[in-house]
Design a protein around this ligand. Structure first.
Ligand SMILES: CC(C)(COP(=O)(O)OP(=O)(O)OC[C@H]1O[C@@H](n2cnc3c(N)ncnc32)[C@H](O)[C@@H]1OP(=O)(O)O)[C@@H](O)C(=O)NCCC(=O)NCCS
Length: 192
């Protein structure tokens, strides 16, 4: 072993005591998304497009597409939130989008929540969904629907159940991705 390698792995006790703790606390703030967050939002989402069946998209989302969705949501006065680390990295996002365009559906939205892979299973999903629900109520929305893949989306089903979403339907074999058929579980929560 070279002297430098030895020094790096065998620090004197005194130096070790001054080392920062290995586990850095998981901290974040939740705020409204801004236009400049959208490249990060896109990167987070496209990870799941390429590597999972939690979304049925197969082609990466373009910046133009997410920008136009963001602008539509903001125009409607609906929430589009991001969670940001103390070093200003976007860790995840959540938004609601009109369930359907026809006018009578105007109080009903579909939610969408995606976290950077390294930020999952630490309670951030819970925090973002709680804030999304609060902000949706404040915007006058009445019903929220989650459309969840019936394979490989256990965390999503668990979190929605925990927030009182009730399963209202299951569509089998409506999607085909990575050479297999997939269905969707529909879950609904009243915001009244
Ligand atoms: C789904 C998602 C938003 C959940 O957020 P999260 O921060 O990972 O979850 P949390 O740590 O807040 O945990 C929420 C609940 O889900 C449970 N959970 C988390 N990961 C799980 C898993 N892999 N399987 C089963 N349950 C799981 C937790 O135990 C917790 O329940 P509890 O409060 O009873 O303990 C996040 O995992 C994610 O972004 N996943 C990939 C994208 C995705 O699936 N989005 C939803 C598309 S519909």
């Amino acid at each position: 072993m070279l002297e430098e390698e030895y020094q790096a792995t065998h620090r004197p006790k005194e130096a070790q005591r001054n080392l920062p703790p290995l586990q850095v606390p998981f901290e974040y703030t939740i705020r409204d998304a801004r236009l400049q967050d959208l490249p990060d939002v896109r990167e987070i989402y496209n990870h799941y497009v390429a590597n999972s069946t939690v979304t049925f998209d197969e082609k990466p989302m373009t910046l133009r597409e997410i920008r136009s969705k963001f602008q539509h949501i903001v125009k409607l006065g609906m929430p589009f939130l991001v969670a940001e680390s103390p070093s200003e990295q976007i860790l995840g996002y959540a938004y609601v989008y009109p369930w359907k365009e026809k006018a009578a559906y105007r109080f009903t939205v579909e939610n969408s929540i995606y976290l950077r892979a390294a930020a999952t299973s630490k309670g951030l999903g819970k925090a973002l969904l709680a804030e999304l629900i609060t902000r949706s109520k404040a915007a006058g929305l009445k019903e929220m629907i989650a459309v969840i893949a019936d394979k490989g989306a256990d965390a999503s089903i668990a979190i929605h159940k925990n927030f009182g979403f009730k399963e209202i339907g299951h569509m089998g074999k409506v999607g085909y991705k990575f050479d297999r058929w997939l269905g969707t579980v529909l879950m609904q929560k009243s915001l009244k």
